[in-house]
Design a protein around this ligand. Structure first.
Ligand code: IPM
Ligand code: MN
Length: 353
């Protein structure tokens, strides 16, 4: 029997509450599908930082690399200046564990939860493959004449052929394996008309790699236009590949059309190493400890984690149960409006496994 090791970082705000429900569901699914896992908790986050003045202990990366996978709740604390925890924990883990793909499936389960008029589950079902290790997130740049009226702030988008190509290849493979359209379709989302260095590299790489994936139909959309299409014609999309910054932006919009942050999950993936799965919604400090936050995004992150470690059946079973709970039980996906508490929603997913 497989016995996995999963690191759990509950993190800040409602992170620990939603992770608890995810683990409840995962434990039930593991039992059902006959595999085991052990968890080790890590207290990384704002509270620990405020107590110890240390964002991440030096041993963290080394220790986390020994796990099969990582489940993360949320990082972000109202008493810590924005950027410290995000960069010091979340982005550091993504970079240092070489999780170079940010995978964000976007699926609407029930028309009731879609803010777009006339769109249903058959229209909103695509995946964004976001590059997760380069671009503007690389943190390169400088100030000149800081604090003067002649100040210049430079922020560099750093794109390597190696980094772009491995991301694009992952996206083609993903489209081939999981694309839902016939033929499978991969859209490059960029800005070739203005950002003519970065997107020239991306476009060339995208078109060159395409030759090895003749079964995948390719398309291109500018990032500004894609925000329009997400609202007007989301059914056009199957798999989308884009850079770190554009991926960050378009996946918040995508989360809204699938029903909001309560349901949106993502994976930070190192295909050859340790990946980390998270609800993408953040720490929602005002709902902390009230048992009202929607745990389904975290539960869905748990399902993605199981798929990544090879437990496909358990993953699919959790996803099916989420769908049942969303379509037949839940009144609203937003915190406090579900008609059930956080823990009750977790129980419901267990019940319908
Ligand atoms: C996300 C978040 C992070 C990002 C922040 C918290 C650093 O917005 O996962 O999308 O920008 O990637
Ligand atoms: Mn984001």
């Amino acid at each position: 029997m497989n016995n996995y090791k999963i690191a759990v970082i509950g993190g800040d705000g409602t992170g620990p509450e939603v992770v608890r429900e995810a683990l409840k569901v995962m434990a039930a699914a593991a039992q059902k599908f006959d595999f085991k896992y052990e968890t080790v908790d890590y207290d990384f986050g704002g509270a620990r930082y405020l107590k110890t003045n240390e964002v991440l202990p030096a041993s963290a990366i080394g220790e986390l690399s020994t796990f099969d996978s990582i489940l993360l709740g949320a990082i972000g604390h109202p008493d810590v200046k924005p950027g410290i925890l995000e960069k010091g924990i979340l982005l550091k883990l993504r970079f240092d564990l070489n999780q170079y793909i940010n995978l964000r499936p976007v699926q609407l389960f029930d028309e009731r939860f879609c803010p777009l008029k006339g769109k249903g589950p058959e229209d909103i079902n695509f995946t964004v493959v976001r590059e997760n290790s380069e671009g503007l997130y690389k943190g390169l740049g400088s100030f000149e004449n800081k604090g003067t009226k002649d100040e210049i702030a430079i922020q560099i988008s750093h794109n390597t052929r190696f980094g772009v190509e491995r991301c694009v290849r992952y996206a083609y493979e993903y489209a081939r394996k999981y694309g839902r359209k016939d033929p499978k379709q991969l859209t490059l989302c960029g800005k070739t008309n203005v950002l003519t260095f970065a997107w020239d590299l991306w476009e060339r790489t995208f078109n060159e790699v395409a030759k090895e994936y003749k079964d995948v139909k390719t398309a291109y959309a500018h990032v500004d236009a894609i925000t329009m299409w997400f609202v007007k014609n989301p059914e056009w999309f199957d798999v989308i590949v884009t850079d770190n910054m554009f991926g960050d932006i378009i996946t918040d919009l995508a989360a809204m059309i699938q029903g909001g942050m309560g349901i949106a999950a993502g994976g930070n993936i190192n295909p050859d190493g340790v990946s980390m799965f998270e609800p993408i919604g953040g720490s929602a400090p005002k709902y902390t400890g009230q048992n009202v936050i929607n745990p389904l995004a975290a539960v869905a992150a748990g399902a993605m984690l199981f798929r990544e470690i090879g437990e496909d059946k358990a993953a699919s079973s959790i996803e099916k149960s989420i769908r049942t709970v969303v379509t037949t039980k839940i009144k609203d996906l937003a915190a406090g409006k579900m008609g059930y508490s956080t823990t009750e929603v977790g129980d419901l997913v267990v019940k319908y496994l």
